[in-house]
Design a protein around this ligand. Structure first.
Ligand SMILES: *[C@@H]1O[C@H](CO)[C@@H](O)[C@H](O)[C@H]1NC(C)=O
Ligand SMILES: *[C@@H]1O[C@H](CO)[C@@H](O)[C@H](O)[C@H]1NC(C)=O
Length: 268
């Protein structure tokens, strides 16, 4: 079953290649080379970066610049030995005001001189932690139609942090407040006991498969264009001009509530 799932995901990647801008060979920290596909959609003002990990997990990160929404979609194959069938799709929405991606119009102009080159990012941006507090529900569409399309395969497994809601400006023509459209996690998953830990424990320490717990998921984007480089020089009469890109690596750790430990697929 797992093998079938991986095939489906690879076909999906080929399907995506019709709009392809860049295919980059990237070396990760373990020394493995993987291929990233980066698509810039200038009319929609979005950038999508995706890759298939060697463990079969497919990662697709969308940044919607106009709406300041980042949507990280993760497709995790089930493990056959543990009786899991099919795969699980999750999506995490975060506010992206300080999006460190370069904008779609600049991204669309990028070309590789040597497409076969294996690339390593210049700067390691470290870890970004996100503790989700709610199911995004209908707020996803209000926040970003592009993210809603991107996250549609995740169904109701679209998560966000309610503290981000106040950072998103009201959308033109949208009367409802986002807050009314999200479903917060149960109180015992959000509250803290006197020792500073949530009442609901972490899934890694939970032995009862039917108990609720806090699951976590880690994703590393090993290479992405995070800024433009400017040079001063003769070709432009001494004015500064774009002469390249700066590249970065960033890892993400998402914490989210699951009703049953057995659905915390990464740790079973
Ligand atoms: C850009 O996004 C628009 C709106 O979703 C879509 O219709 C169009 O096909 C996309 N273009 C590319 C090159 O992906
Ligand atoms: C597992 O958790 C469920 C739900 O909280 C509970 O009903 C059940 O008794 C627990 N089983 C064991 C063996 O602790």
């Amino acid at each position: 079953m797992e093998k079938i799932t991986v095939k489906v995901i690879i076909l999906y990647m080929f399907f995506q290649q019709t709009n392809l801008q860049l295919l980059i060979n990237v070396k990760n920290q373990g020394g493995d080379v993987m291929q990233e596909a980066i698509v810039a959609n200038v009319s929609e003002d979005t950038v999508t970066l995706e890759f298939l990990r060697s463990d079969g997990v497919f990662v697709s990160q969308l940044v919607d610049f106009t709406n300041e929404v980042e949507a990280m979609k993760v497709i995790i194959p089930g493990e056959e030995e543990l009786g899991q069938t099919g795969y699980q799709t999750l999506c995490f929405l975060t506010h992206a005001a300080q999006a460190d991606f370069i904008a779609p119009d600049a991204m669309a102009k990028l070309r590789q001189k040597n497409p076969g080159t294996v690339r390593v990012a210049e700067e390691d941006k470290g870890w970004r932690q996100t503790t989700a507090t709610a199911w995004a529900g209908r707020a996803t569409r209000l926040l970003s139609p592009a993210a809603a399309r991107h996250c549609a395969p995740a169904g109701d497994k679209v998560y966000l942090r309610t503290s981000d809601l106040s950072r998103w400006a009201p959308r033109p023509g949208v009367e409802q407040s986002y807050t009314a459209e999200v479903t917060p996690f149960p109180a015992n998953a959000l509250s803290e006991t006197s020792d500073g830990f949530p009442e609901v424990g972490v899934c890694v320490a939970e032995t009862n498969a039917t108990k609720a717990c806090i699951c976590h998921l880690e994703v590393c984007v090993n290479w992405y264009p995070c800024g433009l480089k400017y040079c001063k020089g003769k070709p432009q009469g001494g004015l500064s001009y774009r002469c390249g890109i700066k590249t970065c690596r960033r890892c993400y750790r998402y914490h989210f509530y699951v009703k049953r430990r057995e659905s915390c697929i990464t740790y079973i």
